[in-house]
Ligand binder design. Structure first.
Ligand code: UD1
Length: 432
């Protein structure tokens, strides 16, 4: 297994490039299955999740040419003959559940494993399934699998309201609706940038979708979709993570620059909270510059649906709060017990306490390097951030979690001046 060794204290400076978004790449790949001819997507990150989803798609008989070094993927579903997504792959990555909408939309039938649990508690898919039923699909559960079938002649289309608004359920609904026989409507749809970019690809392929980026999406079914070439957007969560790194580990007043960045995708709440810390934030259309302030102010946040503070950035925000001189709270409103990183951060001296869906952080404590364990993607990166400002060395174990969603994290941080390296280790070896 791999671990990252971070030696704290090096100031970050210079510039790095933000990779393509993981959370939009996966729905874009699912959308490509709906075309009758090859779809090419650029700015696809080189990540484990993209490899996993490529395999899920390829198992259906679809040809997938993923070139991680070129950051492109070409998906040709013209020979799709097996509308299934097996447990062995879905359990590794929940986004595989997008195959339900994609296969139902394209083939009128799908057999997709239910995802099961998640590292931070239950993540239901009931709204995904009820959305498919509202579109006219017949759904059965069979030995852990969802079996979905459209009536003869194809999926009729229909109307559904989400409560709560869900990114995943919005994407699955649209995937199934774009080739339905009639029109469909989704109320309280998600307006996250990932959903908008996904709809833009479908529109380019010929789908009739209106209301994109609003709470009501209407879809007029079309018979087929065309081959196109499309460019994925940059990763807003990677950008937010690096902004936090620069705020806590940059040199006072010296900007760290991020290229290929879309600052507007961060959402108002994150930008507001970030500015409140005193860190300086200067953005253009496709770049962001951040300078660390002399002293960071503690700013409490609540996670929320877009443009609220992203749940995917709250673990990293905990480390920012630990680097301040004040006290503040994080309230998690999307996934109430997404706090697996807290016990690990506490081993490094971070004084953070979880009460219900809140974590209270007392800044100003000495942060010390330690051996810590990755438990999920965003938790892992918060440990690396803590390592950047800790005394001595931090060893972040099980970085396979991190490799799911951060392309070349150690390379990018090294370019910025951090002392970080990757090593292999034996998890079961006795201490030396
Ligand atoms: C969420 C984040 C997304 C992030 C992803 C991975 C939000 C709104 N979404 O997406 O930005 O990239 O985690 O970390 O912040 N729900 C149901 N039934 C369902 C589906 C969802 O009750 O069938 C609930 C969830 O429990 C949650 C809320 O709806 O409380 C939002 O879920 P959703 O947006 O679907 O979550 P993800 O797609 O996992």
């Amino acid at each position: 297994m791999d671990r990252l060794i971070v030696k704290g204290g090096n100031p970050l400076r210079g510039s790095t490039t933000i990779s393509g978004s993981k959370n939009s790449a996966l729905p874009l790949m699912a959308a490509a299955i709906l075309a009758d001819s090859p779809v090419t997507i650029n700015n696809i990150p080189a990540l484990r999740d993209i490899h996993t989803f490529s395999r899920v798609i390829a198992l259906t008989g679809t040809r997938v040419d993923y070139a991680p070094d070129e950051h492109t993927i070409r998906i040709d579903s013209s020979n799709l003959n097996r509308p299934e997504a097996p447990y062995e792959l879905v359990k590794r990555m929940r986004a595989s559940f997008y195959m339900l909408g994609a296969l139902l939309g394209r083939e009128g039938r799908a057999r997709v494993s239910l995802p099961g649990g998640c590292a931070w508690g239950p993540r239901p898919v009931d709204l995904h399934i009820r959305g498919m039923e509202a579109l006219g699909a017949k759904i059965e559960l069979d030995q852990g699998y969802v079996i979905a079938n459209a009536p003869a002649g194809g999926l009729p289309g229909g109307s559904f309201d989400l409560s709560p608004s869900s990114v995943g359920a919005t994407i699955n609904f649209i995937l199934a609706a774009v080739r339905a026989r009639r029109s469909s409507r989704l109320g309280n749809a998600a307006i996250e940038p990932d959903v908008v970019v996904f709809c833009e690809l479908l529109q380019k392929m010929g789908a009739q979708i209106s209301g994109v980026g609003t709470r009501t999406i209407e879809v007029q079914g079309v018979d087929g979709l065309n081959a196109v070439s499309f460019s994925n957007c940059p990763d807003r969560i990677e950008l937010g993570t690096f902004m936090i790194a620069a705020a806590i580990a940059g040199e006072t007043g010296v900007p760290v620059r991020f290229e290929n960045a879309y600052p507007e995708h961060l959402g108002k709440a994150f930008v507001h909270a970030f500015n409140e810390t005193g860190a300086s934030f200067n953005a253009g259309d496709d770049f962001v510059e951040v300078s660390a302030p002399g002293t960071l102010r503690a700013v409490s946040i609540d996670t929320g649906i877009y443009p609220g503070f992203p749940t995917d950035l709250q673990a990293q925000w905990t480390v920012l709060l630990a680097a301040t001189e004040g006290n503040a709270k994080i309230r998690e409103t999307i996934y109430h017990d997404r706090f697996k990183h807290i016990p690990e951060l506490r081993r490094m001296g971070v004084n953070a306490i979880v009460v219900g869906n809140e974590v209270a952080v007392e800044g100003g404590n000495r942060i010390q390097g330690a051996q810590v364990m990755s438990t999920d993607l965003r938790a892992s990166v918060s440990l690396v951030l803590a390592g950047l400002i800790a005394e001595n060395e931090t060893s972040v174990l099980r970085v396979y979690h991190l490799d799911r969603g951060y392309e070349n994290l150690e390379g990018k941080l090294s370019d910025l001046g951090a002392d970080i390296r990757r090593e292999q280790y034996d998890e079961w070896a006795d201490p030396e």
